[in-house]
Design a binder for this molecule. Structure first.
Ligand SMILES: *Cc1c(COP(=O)(O)O)cnc(C)c1O
Length: 368
């Protein structure tokens, strides 16, 4: 299938910044700087500065950032960790693979964890909470931190979809013990393969994470401080991400502009509901432009036939996948979202004409 408007277009994006990316490549390749070198350091410093934390530790994926964070928070067997029922499976797998027990909570209509239901599931075993900032929309972190303080919970932010998002001017990923990032190609800061990072203000967490990502080794003494993993962010990937991070502030402005075009162009169309965020405390970065309709499958097919690539996150909630062994306690909002959501293309490579084409095609679907 060749699309008129792709969901993301890595080739177009590369051509926007080709000279800078090519220079970064030649710099790394001509020096043979492959593992734990200057480019990784530089990217970590720039990422920490952007997020507003003291430290950043590059790892191999968003999943690894979450998994190492759960371990660094000291959460393991016997501990319950609260996590939304509507998220990417990796949030939950990170908790399970660290030996802890995920406790699912339904989301609210904004697709983030329902703050009013969190305290209902707190038991004497609850030791952590993993708020997920979905689609570019940060949770009300003042409320999450307040609950966490009152119940003495570790907070691990799954911020993989919300790099640059803010609540009351404070960035996602700077509120909890750690913020977890993914540089999977479809993310707002997408690499050319897998990548991730942890941000934190805690020196011990930063040190432990930097050891765990590299076999548990203390790089100064060569001593193994525990059984670790191999999940470094590659130096070459870090060099590319460092280039892209410089463009991120402008790219966020453009994303918000495209979202504004969608808001205006798709208002009052059929039964479509739009991700309009009018809370002045929230800075939405529109990682995804997720609309809802009861005719989701028909709309998906119509847009595909007309050359518009869309994605559905997710048709089947992860807790319905039997092999994961998770209990479906009944999450009505997650179920409704799974039946109704569809994500329209929103990326910095798109032209205004392409945005208009998507708007026109969606309207045509509802008029026909
Ligand atoms: C992408 C994503 C992850 C996992 O990131 P990977 O880099 O693919 O491992 C985790 N949580 C959320 C919410 C994500 O969107």
């Amino acid at each position: 299938m060749s699309y008129k408007v792709k969901f993301v277009d890595p080739v177009k994006n590369y051509n926007l910044i080709k000279d800078e990316i090519d220079n970064a490549y030649f710099e790394v390749m001509s020096k043979g700087d492959l593992i734990l070198r200057g480019q990784l350091n530089s990217f970590e410093n720039n990422l920490a500065e952007f997020v507003g934390t003291k430290y950043a530790v590059g790892v191999n994926s968003g999943y690894d950032a979450l998994h190492l964070s759960v371990i660094c928070a000291g959460l393991g067997p016997g501990d319950e960790v609260i996590v939304p029922a509507h998220t990417f499976v990796a949030s939950v797998s990170a908790i399970v693979n660290a030996g802890a027990t995920p406790v699912l909570v339904d989301v609210a209509d904004d697709s983030n964890i329902d703050l009013d239901q969190i305290e209902d599931v707190i038991t004497d075993k609850t030791r952590g909470i993993m708020p997920v900032h979905l689609n570019g929309l940060i949770c009300d972190m003042e409320c999450v931190m307040d609950i966490a303080e009152r119940h003495n919970l570790m907070v691990i932010e799954d911020a993989c979809q919300t790099l640059g998002g803010m609540f009351k001017g404070k960035r996602a990923g700077s509120w909890g013990l750690t913020g977890c990032w993914s540089f999977y190609p479809f993310k707002i800061l997408g690499g050319y393969g897998d990548g991730g990072a942890i941000t934190t203000n805690d020196k011990d967490v930063a040190l432990l994470a930097s050891r765990l990502r590299y076999n548990g080794e203390d790089r100064e003494s060569g001593e193994y401080c525990g059984h670790g993993y191999t999940c470094l962010l590659d130096n070459l990937q870090a060099a590319f991400l460092d280039v892209k991070l410089k463009h991120l502030p402008d790219w966020i402005i453009r994303r918000r502009q495209i979202a504004g075009m969608y808001h205006a162009g798709l208002a009052n169309v059929g039964d479509l509901s739009l991700p309009i965020c009018d809370n002045p405390d929230v800075h939405h970065i529109y990682q995804n432009y997720v609309v809802r309709t009861r005719q989701r499958e028909e709309m998906f097919d119509f847009l595909t036939e007309n050359g518009v690539e869309t994605l559905v996150h997710w048709r089947k909630p992860f807790y319905h996948h039997e092999a994961l062994g998770l209990e479906d306690k009944g999450f009505p909002v997650t179920e409704a979202i799974s039946n109704e959501v569809i994500s329209l293309p929103l990326n910095v490579e798109m032209s205004d004409d392409e945005v208009e084409y998507v708007i026109d095609t969606v309207k045509k679907f509802f008029i026909k």
